[in-house]
Design a protein around this ligand. Structure first.
Ligand SMILES: Nc1ncnc2c1ncn2[C@@H]1O[C@H](COP(=O)(O)OP(=O)(O)OP(=O)(O)O)[C@@H](O)[C@H]1O
Ligand SMILES: [Mg+2]
Length: 361
């Protein structure tokens, strides 16, 4: 079992890990996903002791591996890592690459290290490649050798940092299938990946990283089908977001219109979606929410998902309850409501913005 307790890693100009907490049980397969720069690599490099955290603890089998006195050799035996760029030794052939750490660190006799290597090469589909040098292999083959080398150490935990992202697309499948095969062996696996379908297929839990920690976690079904928090949802649905604050009725109508047009063009939207987004925005700010804009600003959030050319326009505002759907005679409301897929209103006095209008385009 691995426990991450208030784990923190700060650099001078970045705080990739502000406060990470998690319990990883033996045999779990966990995918770590999230936008670039959110500390995914930093997290697994801390667990592999390649980086020293600036705070908190990593408890492995009851011992804090961040303690200065913790035995690095012990960690090498328990934890293995597979890198994006393979990190094979170019001057050693395949079997020598796999034997070296077994002999140096595990003190295995050469013959045993050799037999283990040959058996593992067979397992990753590379029987008969033992005498080749790394530069005689394809990227997919190199990565499978790297996986065999890690397995040869018989670690309890295997960490993968984007194991397929340096590969030609034709080779991604062969490496993914080797990793998928390992999920049946009962080893604990943490896999950083940008390939969401793969993450979904192989893991029993998913960590979504953002804002200095594990922002949301859950089963693949929960994270991919029903994410609970805003940033997770945006990431999973690949949402493109534009937020505009309209201060009052005298806002720069033309300037904001241009900004929306640019956003629509950048995301290559259909002209129908673009037209509806503009209509929703203009009816809301020029007509429907005019009485609101006399008193409080309105935040307009436009979200667009390439998957299915879907868009949503949300208007958020504080102040008193103001429900435009109650005004059945309002022409602007009726025009908009009959054009878009849905127009709903919600009031929650506890929320940051008490009033929410949600329009599905
Ligand atoms: N050695 C370092 N010195 C200073 N800053 C660093 C160092 N390593 C990482 N960072 C910063 O920490 C942040 C997190 O980096 P990290 O590589 O963990 O992100 P990531 O989630 O793995 O991103 P990606 O998906 O692009 O691989 C970034 O802002 C990065 O610039
Ligand atoms: Mg990374």
């Amino acid at each position: 079992m691995i426990e991450l307790v208030h784990l923190e890693k700060r650099y001078e100009n970045a705080v990739p890990l502000a406060d990470v907490n998690a319990t990883i049980n033996d045999g779990e397969v966990i995918s770590i996903i999230g936008p670039s720069g959110t500390g995914k690599s930093t997290l697994i490099r801390c667990i592999d002791m390649l980086e020293r955290p600036t705070g908190g603890k990593i408890i492995l089998d009851g011992e804090n591996i961040c303690d200065p006195g913790y035995d690095v050799i012990k960690a090498c035996r328990k934890i293995g890592m597979v890198f994006q760029s393979f990190n094979l030794f170019g001057h050693l052939n395949v079997i020598e690459n796999i034997m070296q750490a077994q002999i140096d660190i595990l003190k295995r006799p050469k013959s045993e290290a050799y037999d283990t290597g040959i058996e593992l090469l067979r397992r990753v589909g590379l029987a008969n490649k033992e005498k080749n040098y790394p530069d005689e292999l394809s990227g997919g083959q190199k990565q499978r050798v790297a996986i065999a080398r890690t397995l040869a150490m018989d670690p309890e935990v295997i960490l993968f940092d984007e194991p397929t992202s340096a590969l030609d697309p034709t080779m991604v499948g062969e490496v993914q299938s080797v990793i998928r095969d390992l999920t049946n062996t009962g080893k604990t696996m943490l896999i950083v990946t940008h390939e969401l379908n793969f993450a979904r297929a192989i893991s029993n839990r998913v960590f979504y990283m953002d804002q200095g920690g594990i922002y949301e976690e859950g089963t693949p079904e929960q994270i991919f089908e029903n994410p609970q928090r805003d940033l997770t949802r945006r990431f999973i649905q690949k949402l493109k977001v534009l937020e505009l604050t309209i201060e009052d009725q005298n806002y720069d109508f033309a300037g904001v219109g241009t900004e929306i047009d640019r956003y629509c063009m950048r995301n290559d939207m259909s002209s129908r979606t673009k037209y509806r987004i503009r209509l929703a925005f203009e009816e809301l700010t020029s007509n429907i929410l005019k009485p609101v804009l006399d008193h409080v600003p309105v935040l307009i959030r436009i979200e667009y998902s390439e998957q299915g050319d879907n868009a949503e326009v949300t208007a958020l505002y504080g102040g008193d309850r103001f429900d435009p759907t109650e005004n059945k005679d309002d022409l602007s409301y009726n025009v908009l409501n009959s054009t878009v897929s849905s127009f709903t209103y919600q009031y929650d006095p506890e929320a940051e913005h008490a009033n929410t209008i949600r329009i599905r385009i």
